[in-house]
Each structure stands twice: as C-alpha cells, then as structure tokens.
Ligand binder design. Structure first.
Ligand code: HPA
Length: 250
C-alpha cells in the first residue's frame, strides 16, 4: 500500500475517499497525527500530515521515527513524500515540481536512526542512492502520463529550520551542488531506508531561495502560500496517476 506524507500546503488530500483514521503508537512515541486511510480511484492509500493536521509541528520537532515506523506498521510498502522547497538553481521557478535524486543533509540534533545502541549491533545502511530508483521512475512516468512537467533529478539540501536561510548560506549550498532546499527531507529518507521501505519525493518549488530571483530582498510569504495552493492540484494529479488512476481517467 502506498503511503503519502504531506508537507506544507498538503495537510489533506482532497482526492482521497477517506475510510477511517487510526491513532498509532510506536516505540518512538506518537506520529504527527492519526493515519488517514482511504482510496484514490479505488486504490487503498495511507496519508499522514507531516506537520500535524493543524500544521503545528515545526520541521525540527517532527517525530520522523514514529511517522515512518507507524506507516510501516500499518501496511505501507512504499512512501512518497511531498514537500515544498526553495529553488536555488536558475532554472527553478516557483510552481516547478522536482523529483530529486540526491540529498545533502545539513540538519543537526534530530533523531536520525533506529539503530541507536541500547545493546543492539551497530548497523550502517547503504545510502549511496537515497531515493528508490523504481519509485522515482514511477513518479516521473506518472507525471508524464498526466501531462505534467516535472524535473527529473535534483540535489535536495536538508536544512535545519524553522528559520529560512541567509543569502550567504544559499550561496554556500549552491557551491556545494544543492539545487533545492527544504527542512524535512532528512532524516525521513534514511529512516525509510533503515526500515527497507522504498521512498521517493515530490518537491514543489514554493519560492526562489533566499537572495535569489524574486527573493533577492527577502522571501514573501503570501506569494509562497499562493504558489503552493496553485500548484498542489498538479501534485495531486501526479499522485492519482501514480496509484493507477489512468484507467478511471480514461
Ligand atoms: N528554504 C527551506 N525550506 C523551504 C523553502 C526555503 O526557501 N521554501 C519552502 N521550504
């Protein structure tokens, strides 16, 4: 069963025919909210709002371990993460959708492993390719099928937040090869890898990153919200096509 973790701008899936909600408890505490079960065009999916349904949990306080654990416990076999990002590269504009292929992790102090001692053997997971190649390709194919343009590949820089970056930090990330910045991509991706759940991401560019383009003098939050609202419909369509809605759309 596909699980979708929604970020800012996607606290609910309007195309989800909800069947029930499940409060989950895990050895790592409580997830961001109840898991929402339902169907998209007849296919069962689970939805979880990363920041809580009232959008009250900031990126550095999300219980990523509980979220991924709960999704696995309740039957998720694949996870698609939806997250808004700031675009660094010149060819990335607000409203663009990126399917990233790499990550640089700048976060700190987050609980980022299930293998944290307590007498258990140390485990080092392979993370050369942080996103699942097949699931990424399925997302790209779904978007193409839906006639929605997405950028195939991008380096996601995971920043600590909750503040946005300085212009100098963005210059540094740019030099280091980062294409988009967001605050929630890690440790979510590695925790899914530790539990062996294929994981891929849909990044929606909400704004030019600090100091770039329209954000040369600052980031305009009203515009960011408008961009997210306007673009989320395309993200939902990609998800519909991913879960196999081609048949019901025809
Ligand atoms: N930086 C970090 N995270 C973000 C941004 C940004 O500019 N926009 C949306 N999420």
């Amino acid at each position: 069963m596909l699980a979708i973790i929604g970020g800012s701008g996607l606290t609910q899936l309007s195309n989800l025919d909800v069947s029930h909600r499940q409060v989950a408890r895990t050895p790592y505490g409580e997830p961001s909210g109840a898991l929402t079960f339902g169907r998209i065009c007849g296919q069962e999916v689970i939805f979880l709002a990363r920041h809580g349904y009232g959008h009250t949990i900031p990126p550095h306080l999300v219980n990523y371990r509980a979220n991924i654990w709960a999704l696995k416990e309740y039957g998720a076999t694949h996870i698609v993460s939806v997250a808004s990002v700031g675009g660094i590269r010149d060819d990335l504009n607000p409203g663009d959708i990126v399917i990233p292929h790499q990550i640089i992790d700048y976060t700190w102090g987050r609980k980022s492993t299930y293998f944290d001692g307590n007498g258990t053997p140390v485990v080092h997971v392979d993370f050369t390719e942080p996103y699942d190649a097949k699931l990424r390709q399925r997302l790209i194919d779904a978007a193409r099928h839906a006639g929605i343009e997405v950028k195939d590949g991008g380096v996601y820089g995971a920043t600590q937040g909750p503040r946005l970056e300085t212009a100098a930090e963005i210059c540094r990330y740019d030099r280091e090869g980062v294409h988009v910045v967001g605050m929630t991509g890690m440790p979510e991706a590695v925790l899914a890898r530790e539990l062996e759940i294929p994981y891929a991401a849909i990044n929606l560019v909400a704004n030019h990153a600090a100091g770039r383009g329209e954000s040369a003098r600052g980031i305009h939050f009203e515009r960011l919200e408008e961009t997210l609202q306007a673009a989320m419909g395309r993200v939902r369509t990609v998800i519909e096509h991913l879960v196999g809605c081609y048949a019901c759309a025809d």
